[in-house]
Design a protein around this ligand. Structure first.
Ligand SMILES: Cc1ncc(COP(=O)(O)O)c(C=O)c1O
Length: 398
């Protein structure tokens, strides 16, 4: 018996590995502070709970249409019309069990073996693994030298005859970068010129800070609408990660395929969670604003504390809830008699010595960095940063 080549090639999620190790230490009674989580720490909005309760009581507990209940598809289409001035009909909306499987369903509808997909690093872990699962090749374009924003000339250089599309994520996980209007226009123009599709993952679009503005690529250049799949969902905007509801909005020629793939894989997203998400979209706008206000405050605190620390630097994040910290000057140094060979060693030592969890940048195709999430209480951020500073001070430079 053998394991398939596909499964053998796949790397386990490094984010989950850190979270699991931190949880194990916590269960063993250690005072762990985790900056590893990729989810808001707030409760889901009351409207989500009340819609879900009503759905259960009213017996909305059966299979739904595989692409989702009409009420939610309509609410998502109206949201895109109100917020981005984009006109989607209900049958172009696919509701899925989280944004993650919808990205996979979109890729599975578009990627043939050997096709190349442009991914802009630092990048969310799952993009590359999903492309590889489909026997495609992720063509990674590094953005760290340009403030985590892609440069048009670098994108054009990376295109080959096998390039089929690009995966764009703004606001970005892990860097918090929010792509500006000019960059997105240029990316859209490149897609048109080279006949590429675009998967536009804007799951953090509600979480931008100060004077930053999120832009939707198809609102900027409507010509790309027919080659763009919008990815969004309730996980981050409404603190509803556990409900597992995401949405994709796709061109007419593609939406039925994504729906069909989902139909074979999962039948449909959980009926009760779909109703809960409808409650959130209809009634929880204020909750989202409140959460964003709180994230904004925590972001300021974390950045202020990080600026005082030795050996680290970062590009100011404008969105999402992460700070992506460059720790390269610490690599090669020694902590507690152990050489920190890479960002994985760094995170391991930080967890072992100070019980502070962070995710190594290698997991985001950016070695020499770590991702810190500020989806944590102010008290935990302050205590965790005190420990982090102590850890950095303890490192003997190479
Ligand atoms: C960039 C990005 N896209 C998509 C997702 C998936 O979200 P979900 O599957 O919870 O809807 C995440 C979650 O961490 C993410 O960071």
């Amino acid at each position: 018996m053998k394991i398939s080549a596909r499964a053998t090639r796949m790397e386990p999620s490094a984010t989950l590995a850190v979270v699991n190790k931190a949880k194990a230490l916590k269960n063993a009674g250690k005072p762990v502070i985790s900056f590893g989580a990729g989810e808001p720490d707030f409760d889901s909005p009351p409207a989500a709970a009340s819609y879900a309760e009503r759905a259960i009581q009213e017996g909305q507990t059966h299979y739904t249409q595989s692409s989702g209940i009409p009420e939610l598809r309509e609410a998502v289409a109206s949201y895109y019309s109100d917020r981005f001035d984009l006109d989607y009909s209900n049958d172009q909306v696919i509701i899925g069990p989280g944004a993650k499987p919808l990205i996979y369903g979109s890729l599975a509808s578009l990627v043939d073996p050997g096709d190349e997909v442009l991914v802009f690093s630092p990048a969310w872990v799952s993009y590359v693994e999903q492309v590889r699962l489909l026997d495609g090749r992720a063509n990674v374009v590094d953005t760290t030298a340009t403030g985590n924003i892609p440069l048009a000339s670098r994108i054009t250089e990376a295109i080959t005859p096998r390039t089929a599309g690009m995966l764009i994520n703004t606001p970005n996980n892990p860097t918090g970068a929010v792509y500006d209007e000019k960059t997105l226009r240029e990316m859209a123009e490149i897609a048109l010129e080279h006949d590429l599709w675009i998967i536009f993952d804007e799951i953090y679009e509600r979480l931008v800070y100060e004077n930053s503005k999120h832009h939707n690529i198809a609102s900027l250049l409507p010509e790309v609408m027919d080659r763009t799949i919008q990815i969004n969902g309730v996980s981050k905007a409404f603190a509803m990660t556990g409900w597992r509801i995401g949405y994709a909005l796709a061109p007419r020629w593609l939406a039925p395929k994504i729906g069909a793939i989902q139909g074979h894989l999962t039948s449909n997203a959980c009926s009760i969670a779909q109703w809960a998400s409808l409650g959130a979209l209809r009634e929880a706008g204020e909750d989202t604003l409140r959460m964003r206000g709180e994230f904004s405050r925590r972001r300021e605190i974390m950045m202020e504390l990080l600026r005082e620390m030795p050996l680290v630097s970062f590009d100011e994040p404008r969105g999402a809830f992460y700070v992506f910290v460059n720790i390269a000057p610490a690599i090669g140094g020694t902590s507690g008699g152990k050489v920190l060979e890479n960002d994985g060693d760094f995170c391991e030592a930080l967890l072992e010595r100070e019980y502070v969890a962070a995710v190594p940048g290698t997991a985001f195709l950016a070695p020499g960095h770590i991702r810190l999430s500020y989806a944590n209480s102010e008290a935990e951020i302050r205590e965790g940063m005190t420990r982090f500073k102590r850890f950095l001070a303890s490192i003997e430079a190479r």
